[in-house]
Write a protein that binds this ligand. Structure first.
Ligand code: 9MR
Length: 589
């Protein structure tokens, strides 16, 4: 049971609350146990919107009551009972939930629980995720390839340009009659993929989808925002200016002669931990493949749709994107099963994926929405499996979500209902898992993969799709819970976004952050998060290895840890999406 006195509690309520909790308050003030660096009360460190669902996780098996006090004068504003403790397998801990949802008056608070130190202060306010969405988008600017970042936009993270990529060699694996091995093309711009300096088409696929979907779903949020990039203030939303930086590069990754798309633009080996300007200059485009062609086709079709509104600022670009999409699709039809095979002399990220039905489905969905040609819808139906939480290698859900977003363009009610039902089924599954889990999130042990923070956010993204279709409040609350996990309500007590939260990653695997001589990493970047496979164990032995093998604890804030503490564009994109979604969708009161 939860009581929610007004911010300034009536003397009677306050007296009652205090009478009920004298021992609790005393103990809370006196408690000294626990590691002060990771308080046992786990909360979203950026706080909550006033009308949001608000949960805290308390790592205690026998806590019964909680109280929320105003930071500063300690006035008790909410008291309540904890839910009974239960085991959460990914961290092997018994935890109990405190539901503070009734706390809706803007302010700054702490949570107190008997026997534990009080929580960190957290805000309740009307804009708590707006700066996060901006910073997550700005993270892409910080990862621009071939750009010098000026102090006016990058502040102390200003740096010189590297990797111009205006003279890139055709690798032997990509040779064609018109572009033999060793011939040179120009493919400048784009974003560095992650902590490394290479550029990968497949991973740009889901990344671009997610950013463009954020625009399509929340134009009111993104229109007019100023995130401080060189293009800020022009007639194009910053989100679409930033997205264009990578789309332009992607266009150059298509072979104009046959419509095929190179898998990646890369060094032969990873650069050392140096700034971009000091890195290797010799770069290659490597092997065309089916996944690259289809991801490219999907992105260009989606982008042609989105940028049509900005034709005056991008003259001829939507038509060029449409043609590029159709040519890549045609190439994929002619080459339906060309997996990426890493050549012997190339050692950088593979992004290899041998099953293409999901890429066919996604590209077909976007091309149908762009052209209205029913043949594409039939192709979608032939290839699509039921939607699953998306990742760079699993993109069915992107096609389903685009069709749901534009269901007015579907031919009949039966198709509309089928699309909505498929997404709702996934959202329902995720919401149920979240409700039944002791930690009240949908992440099971199997979800702690390489990039688990993004897995949590992509689960949120699908819950948001479900919410947009059904207005079911439990979907929105479950999405909020996923964001809470990423922003500190996790067993490590860390907000996984650099610079946003009270305890944040300091030693991300990100070459500029490692090499720039600044203690703080580049802000607004999402750490990959716990990953019990620990593929970087050899490199991290000197740093002491991981503290635990348990799925949700297997994280190392060291720059050696590319498997748990790298950053990546496909992880930051759902951070942009979910931060904007929760900010935009949560009712004002
Ligand atoms: O995110 C990718 C993950 O799913 C793979 O398991 C892993 C190993 O192949 O690669 C991850 O992607 C990395 C890419 O290969 C190179 N740039 C950094 C990416 C994030 O770590």
């Amino acid at each position: 049971m939860l009581h929610t006195p007004p911010t300034t509690p009536s003397p009677l309520l306050r007296a009652l609350a205090l009478a009920a909790l004298p021992l609790l308050s005393l103990l809370a003030r006196q408690a000294t146990g626990g590691d002060p660096a990771t308080p046992a009360i786990r909360l979203n460190q950026l706080g909550f919107l006033p009308a949001a669902g608000k949960l805290a996780v308390v790592e205690s098996a026998d806590a019964r009551r909680f109280e929320v006090v105003r930071d500063g004068d300690d006035a008790v504003v909410v008291v309540g009972d904890m839910a009974p403790a239960a085991e959460w397998a990914p961290a092997g801990r018994r935890v109990a939930i405190a539901d503070l949802t009734g706390l809706s008056v803007p302010g700054r608070y702490r949570l107190r629980v008997e026997g534990l130190p009080p929580s960190d202060p957290f805000p309740v306010g009307p804009e708590v995720y707006a700066a996060l969405a901006d910073a997550a988008l700005k993270g892409f600017y910080f990862n621009r390839a071939g750009a010098s970042l000026e102090a006016a936009h990058a502040g102390r993270h200003a740096r010189a340009a590297g990797h111009a990529d205006t003279e890139v060699e055709i690798h032997a694996s990509a040779a064609s009659a018109t572009r033999p091995a060793g011939s040179v093309i120009s493919a400048p711009g784009g974003w560095y993929d992650a902590g490394d300096y290479n550029k990968y088409v497949v991973n740009s696929g889901i990344t671009m989808y997610t950013l463009l979907a954020a625009w399509e779903d929340f134009p009111g949020f993104f229109r007019g925002r100023d995130v401080g990039i060189p293009e800020s203030g022009d007639a194009v939303p910053d989100l679409l200016d930033e997205a264009w930086w990578n789309l332009r590069w992607m266009l150059a990754m298509q072979d104009p002669d046959d419509g095929g798309v190179y898998h990646k633009l890369t060094n032969l080996r990873f650069d050392g931990a140096v700034m971009p300007g000091a890195a290797r200059k010799r770069r290659y485009v490597v092997q065309k493949g089916t996944a690259a062609a289809l991801d490219f086709a999907a992105v260009m079709a989606q982008a042609a749709r989105v940028y049509a509104e900005f034709e005056p600022q991008f003259p001829g670009v939507p038509a060029r994107m449409r043609e590029a999409a159709e040519r890549a699709w045609a190439w994929a039809l002619a080459h339906p099963d060309v997996p990426y095979r890493q050549p012997d002399d190339v050692a950088t990220g593979a992004y290899g994926d041998d099953s293409f039905a999901d890429e066919f489905a996604w590209a077909a969905a976007e091309l149908f929405l762009l052209t209205g040609d029913a043949a594409y819808l039939r192709a979608f139906e032939r290839h699509a499996a039921e939607p699953a939480v998306p990742s760079w290698a699993q993109v069915d859900a992107l096609g389903w979500s685009s069709l749901a977003r534009h269901r007015d363009r579907l031919p009949d009610d039966a198709t509309r209902e089928r699309v909505a039902a498929a997404i709702d089924a996934l959202a329902e599954r995720l919401a149920t898992r979240s409700r039944e889990a002791a930690w009240r999130i949908a992440m099971g042990p199997e979800d702690f993969v390489w990039g688990s923070s993004a897995q949590a956010l992509n689960q949120a993204l699908m819950l948001v799709q479900g919410y947009r279709l059904t207005a079911r409040r439990d979907y929105l609350d479950a999405a909020q819970s996923q964001l809470d996990y990423v922003l500190g309500r996790n067993p490590l007590g860390v907000s996984f976004v650099t610079g946003h939260g009270l305890r944040t990653p300091m030693r991300i695997h990100h070459r500029p952050s490692q090499a720039d001589g600044i203690v703080e990493p580049v802000p607004g970047l999402l750490s990959g998060g716990p990953n019990p496979r620990q593929q970087d164990l050899d490199e991290c032995t000197a740093a002491g290895g991981y503290p635990s093998k348990l799925p949700a604890l297997s994280w190392l804030d060291q720059d050696c840890s590319y498997a748990s503490n790298e950053i990546a564009i496909n992880w930051n994109a759902p951070l942009v999406y979910v931060a904007a979604a929760i900010q935009a969708l949560t009712p004002a009161e």
